[in-house]
Design a protein around this ligand. Structure first.
Ligand SMILES: C[S@@+](CC[C@H](N)C(=O)[O-])C[C@H]1O[C@@H](n2cnc3c(N)ncnc32)[C@H](O)[C@@H]1O
Length: 230
C-alpha cells in the first residue's frame, strides 16, 4: 500500500533543510551516478568538528539514530533514507531534540559514493532492512554483493557493518554475502534479546513491533577485511 504524502511536505522539508545534505529523485540520481556524478561531503565543514562519522542506511523515522546521537555526542551520524515522507519525521524529531551531530541524505543507498568520500565511515548500521525474499529483487537487498562492494569502499580500515533483522532467511543470506565479500563475522546471535549484546542495544521502531509479536531478533557484526582473532 502506498503511504499518503504528508501534509505540507515541501514547506516542512524546507524547514529542515539545515539538516539535509542531499535529496533527489532516485531515477535522476541513478542516472547521474552512472555518469560519475560526485558532490563529496567535507565532514569538518558539515559538522564543525573532526569527530568520527557513522552511517545508518534506511533510518526510517529516526528512532535509532536519534538515541545513538544522544548517547554518543562525540560521534557524528549520517542517516540515509529513500522515502521523503519518512525521513521528514526523522529530521523533525532531530530538530525537536536539538541534536547537532546528525545529518540526513534523502537518496537511495545505491548512490552513496556520489556523496561520501572513500574510507570515511567507521560503522554502517543496517537495521531491519527490507528482506525482499523474491529472487528477482535480490539486487535491491541492502546486503547484496553490489551494496557490500559500495560499503567496503566507504568503510575505513578496521570499520564494520552492524546488522539486525527479524528474518532468519535474510540473516543467513546476509552472513553468506558478508563472507563472500571478504568481511569477518563476529558477535553473531540469533536471539539478540537473550544475548550479551542486549544491554547496549537500541530498539528501533520496527524492532519494537517485531518484539511485540514475539519474533526473534538476529544480529551480526561484519568487520571489513580479515581479522584473525574474531
Ligand atoms: C523496514 S524499514 C526499517 C526502518 C528502521 N531502520 C527501523 O528499524 O525501524 C526499512 C527502511 O529502509 C528504507 N530503504 C529501503 N531501501 C533503501 C535504499 N536503497 N536506500 C535508502 N533507504 C532504503 C525504506 O524506505 C524504509 O524506510
Amino acid at each position: 500500500m502506498r503511504m499518503r504524502r504528508k501534509r505540507n511536505l515541501e514547506p516542512r522539508m524546507e524547514a529542515c533543510s539545515d539538516l539535509l545534505l542531499a535529496r533527489g529523485k532516485p531515477c535522476k540520481n541513478l542516472k547521474e551516478a552512472a555518469e560519475g556524478y560526485r558532490a563529496l561531503l567535507g565532514y569538518e565543514k558539515v559538522f564543525g568538528n573532526g569527530n568520527p562519522v557513522e552511517l545508518e542506511i534506511g533510518c526510517g523515522n529516526g528512532g535509532f539514530i536519534i538515541e545513538k546521537a544522544k548517547r554518543e555526542p562525540n560521534t557524528n551520524f549520517l542517516a540515509v533514507e529513500l522515502c521523503t515522507n519518512v525521513i521528514l519525521t526523522a529530521m523533525e524529531r532531530t530538530k525537536a531534540a536539538g541534536l547537532g551531530n546528525i545529518r540526513f541524505l534523502n537518496i537511495p543507498a545505491e548512490i552513496l559514493e556520489c556523496y561520501l568520500p572513500q574510507e570515511s565511515i567507521g560503522v554502517i548500521y543496517l537495521n531491519f532492512s527490507t528482506p525482499l525474499p523474491e529472487k528477482s529483487r535480490e539486487k535491491q537487498r541492502l546486503t547484496s554483493m553490489r551494496f557490500l562492494e559500495i560499503y567496503k569502499k566507504l568503510l575505513k580500515e578496521g570499520g564494520r557493518i552492524e546488522q539486525k533483522t527479524d528474518s532468519g532467511e535474510f540473516f543467513d543470506y546476509s552472513l553468506n554475502r558478508f563472507e563472500e565479500a571478504g568481511f569477518t563475522l563476529t558477535d553473531v546471535t540469533r536471539d539478540l534479546h537473550h544475548s550479551p549484546y542486549a544491554e547496549d542495544n537500541i530498539v528501533t521502531e520496527y524492532e519494537a513491533a517485531f518484539l511485540a509479536k514475539g519474533l526473534f531478533i538476529y544480529r551480526a557484526v561484519a568487520l571489513k577485511g580479515e581479522h584473525r582473532d574474531s
